[in-house]
Design a protein around this ligand. Structure first.
Ligand code: 2HA
Ligand code: ZN
Length: 269
């Protein structure tokens, strides 16, 4: 079958990473039904032949103007599509879109007219923000990690950096591989402009942001790295819960041990 991925190994590798991560999300129980979203900026892999590809959808409005996305291309999970299906058939459960020159609308160009995620405006707003600040980050991930979400069902973990410090102290890797910690956004209606704006605000300080009682939003250079940041945080949550299940409050690494880590790994905070 004709696919935009044919004879484009670098682009195919990016989409295959999305498929691999989608499989992990399903296996971990973080992606029930159509839960979660993935959007990847693939503009760097776009050649003249892709630029010449005709639209296979009508022109669709984003609902907002995103000036830094002019001429950008994204791979997006399809709306109502399942991560477990995307894992096996990424181009049947997602599509490639082109942002048009008005920076306010897009068309689908490949492989099939699969409508992008309902959260497209918020994902694209995040990508617009990342480009504006010169970030190398190309991938955004929304998922429902069970134990991290469970932690947001109590007030104490919603205070700034309380969850971050607890999670960092459970195992040294977590601070090393999620060095900016976990931002927290109080419960806000899914898909709302308020939630998108709050997410962008928190991404100034964090790569992973928690939406209270819902899920996380993570960004990184590629989708595998965005997944890894969520995975190390959730691993810490599992260690915390395992200790609690053994009947005690875990001590956590000491402040001295945390400081030593920060210096040894040259971490930002
Ligand atoms: O798109 O998880 O919160 C499915 C979701 C939205
Ligand atoms: Zn969700």
């Amino acid at each position: 079958m004709e696919s935009i991925l044919n004879n484009r190994p670098a682009l195919a590798a990016e989409v295959n990473k999305v498929a691999e991560v989608a499989g992990y999300l399903w296996q971990k129980g973080w992606a029930e039904r159509n839960g979660g979203n993935i959007t990847v900026n693939i503009t760097e892999y776009v050649d003249d032949a892709i630029k010449a590809m005709p639209a296979i959808s009508e022109v669709k409005q984003i609902g907002t103007v995103l000036p830094h996305l002019k001429g950008c291309y994204f791979y997006c999970k399809g709306t109502q599509k399942r991560m477990r299906d995307l894992a096996r058939w990424p181009m049947e459960n997602g599509s490639v879109i082109r942002i048009l020159d008005d920076c306010a609308s897009y068309v689908i160009i490949a492989d099939h007219p699969v409508m992008p995620t309902s959260e497209l405006p918020s994902h694209l707003s995040v990508h617009n923000y990342l480009i504006a600040k010169g970030s190398p980050y190309k991938a955004s991930l929304h998922t429902h990690p069970i134990e991290l979400v469970a932690m947001t069902h109590t007030k104490k973990f919603l205070e700034k950096d309380v969850a971050t410090n607890l999670l960092w102290s459970m195992i040294p890797e977590t601070k090393a591989f999620c060095p900016r910690g976990l931002g927290i956004i109080p419960y806000t209606l899914p898909g709302s402009v308020e939630l998108a704006d709050a997410t962008i605000h928190e991404l100034d300080d964090y790569d992973v942001v928690m939406w209270e009682k819902h899920g996380v939003f993570a960004v990184d250079v590629d989708i595998m790295s965005a997944f890894d940041q969520v995975d190390v945080l959730n691993k810490s949550a599992l260690i915390y819960i395992a200790a609690k299940n053994m009947g005690f409050e875990p001590d956590g690494m000491s402040q001295e041990q945390m400081k030593e880590m920060t210096v040894a790994f040259n971490l930002p905070k």
